[in-house]
Design a protein around this ligand. Structure first.
Ligand SMILES: Nc1ncnc2c1ncn2[C@@H]1O[C@H](COP(=O)(O)OP(=O)(O)OP(=O)(O)O)[C@@H](O)[C@H]1O
Length: 539
């Protein structure tokens, strides 16, 4: 081998070795990069996993801890991020509802004068059809007998199913019973432990008749899903109620009898998840306030969803209501911040002398119940049972077949009078304010207020016995000097419903005083005003 060849070989070999070294170096480097990358990736995955786990735990904790406002805010933010896939608590917005154009939602709000006050701004869309909600099939089939949800149902159901406390204010006869009843029972079934025999849903009603009617509505639903429902009110024996309470998950009750049964330890309310005050403003008035507090204290506030439904929501009760509720959503239909009546009711107000009442009543009955109208149902309101008894006798004397509901009658007489009137066996019913709220009597064409009630809220409820579920009706009111302190508030209600205001009524001025009645001044002197509504008028 020549020197040159040797040199070349050496160089090649050096080159090779250089290449090897370089290759080795580069392999090493590559390996290191790969290793680093893998480590980085592992680290990242680990971190992501940890974050995901933490987030999941946090979310779970947040959802279970309804007390914290900040955490609720965060749940709400997450809800917004999930955009169309709105899932909160037991509520999942359907795809169909998510696809409804916003303009349709806006028109719905506008047409129905919907207002939703929610400090947490959940902004849940109203259900425009029953198909926008997936309830238990048995419940869905029951309510699908109606063409679509009423506005209070449309707006309140998503909030109720998402677990929020709700104040629902909507006109008389607008389907509030199912507004609170359907989500209560549907959720009870979803929760899985519904079969356990303890009271889970408690509805409190101001009168025996209303409690009984609400029970009739709810038992249709509970029967379908295999739950037990019972009704507890005074004036009837207790033993059967005691037995039923032991087996019922859903209870409708009047406050007096319920407290009785609580005191003798026949009922345990510690498992109540869903508490409804129906006719909530009435339940929070002086006569009921203490009873309601005592009942609510028996429930466990942490696990309780609290609902208040009514057609009238006076400012006086709002503060007390808030002490029983947790950051409620207030849903109102039809501009209800001002006291307002159902606009499908024609309201006629006549100012007369008190002594003209009896003659005037006979005249009105001839007007509203003769000729083609002879079978029309007419409901007459008196103020107190003494007046009711006297008028009942007077009508009978004049040949009218009148049924009556007032506190001087036994519960059996009250029930049968109401049932006959509901069924159309009698078409004239005389009642005190015991029948003013909530009673859903088919086809009442006319309400006559023989004596004006103690408050204008009661007036709105009384006349609401007609014009229900989309129908029309007439309310004819006799107004005297004795009620002049309520004239201003009545004028506002008439104006609010575009009804004529008689000049004689305007003459009384616009001053409004609450809870007094000139015609019964002497009677009032003997009575403790704070207790009277409960003792005299209601259950
Ligand atoms: N979605 C619906 N569509 C049509 N009618 C309905 C619907 N839901 C309930 N109703 C009917 O409307 C009527 C009035 O309902 P409900 O008694 O619940 O009224 P309300 O709002 O509670 O009245 P009130 O303020 O006088 O207590 C009932 O006969 C009920 O069956």
């Amino acid at each position: 081998m020549s020197k040159k060849e040797l040199k070349d070989k050496k160089r090649v070999s050096e080159d090779d070795s250089n290449v090897d070294t370089k290759k080795h170096k580069s392999d090493k480097k590559e390996h290191k990069v790969k290793k680093d990358k893998k480590e980085k990736k592992d680290k990242k995955e680990k971190k992501e996993k940890k974050e995901k786990k933490e987030k999941k735990e946090k979310k779970k904790e947040k959802e279970s801890n309804k007390d914290s406002k900040i955490e609720k805010e965060e749940v709400k933010e997450e809800k917004e991020n999930e955009e169309e896939n709105v899932v909160i608590g037991g509520y999942q917005q359907s795809k169909d509802l998510a696809n409804v154009p916003q303009s349709d939602i806006d028109s719905f709000y506008k047409e129905n004068e919907v207002s939703v006050e929610d400090s947490q701004k959940y902004n849940l869309r109203p259900l425009l059809s029953f198909s926008h909600l997936s309830l238990k099939p048995e419940i869905q089939s029951e309510i699908s007998k109606f063409p679509k949800p009423t506005p209070i149902q449309s707006v309140s159901w998503p909030y109720l199913l998402s677990g929020r406390d709700v104040i629902g204010v909507a006109e008389t006869g607008s389907g509030k019973t199912f507004a609170f009843g359907v989500p209560a029972i549907d959720q009870l079934v979803s929760n899985g432990d519904a079969k356990r025999k303890s009271v889970k849903v408690l509805v409190i009603s101001p009168t025996r008749e209303l409690a009984s009617q609400t029970y009739d509505n709810l038992i249709i639903l509970t029967n379908k899903v295999g739950l037990e429902c019972c009704c507890v009110y005074g004036g009837v024996p207790k033993q059967e109620q005691r037995n039923q309470l032991r087996n019922s998950q859903v209870v409708v009750a009047t406050p007096g009898r319920l407290l009785d049964l609580i005191n003798e330890q026949s009922v345990d309310l510690s498992q109540v998840q869903y508490l409804v005050l129906d006719e909530a403003d009435r339940m929070l008035e002086k006569g009921f306030e203490e009873d309601i507090k005592n009942i609510i204290n028996q429930t466990n506030s942490r696990d309780r969803q609290t609902l208040m439904f009514t057609a009238t929501w006076p400012k006086e009760v709002r503060e007390l209501a808030s002490t029983f509720m947790r950051d409620p959503v207030k849903v109102s239909i039809g501009n209800r911040d001002e006291l307002s009546a159902n606009k499908r009711i024609t309201q006629i107000v006549e100012v007369i002398e008190p002594r003209q009442k009896d003659r005037k009543l006979l005249e009105l009955l001839r007007k509203y119940q003769s000729g083609a109208k002879k079978d029309d149902k007419v409901l007459i309101f008196a103020l107190y049972k003494k007046e009711a008894s006297r008028v009942e006798n007077n009508l009978k004397y004049n040949g009218y077949d009148v049924a009556a509901i007032h506190g001087d009658l036994s519960q059996q007489q009250r029930t049968s009078a109401l049932n006959d009137f509901k069924a159309g066996k009698s078409n004239l019913l005389l009642a005190t304010d015991v029948a003013a709220r909530g009673l859903d009597i088919p086809n009442v064409k006319t309400v006559i207020n023989l004596t004006f009630p103690l408050t204008v809220e009661d007036y709105v409820h009384r006349i609401g016995r007609t014009g229900r579920a989309g129908q029309t009706g007439t309310a004819h009111t006799l107004f005297t000097d004795n009620e002049k302190h309520l004239a201003g508030a009545l004028v506002n209600v008439l104006n609010g419903a575009n009804q004529p205001v008689p000049e004689e009524l305007k003459k009384f001025g616009t001053h409004t005083k609450r809870k007094e009645h000139g015609a019964y001044g002497a009677f009032f002197k003997d009575v403790d005003m704070s207790k009277k509504p409960k003792k005299v008028t209601f259950d």
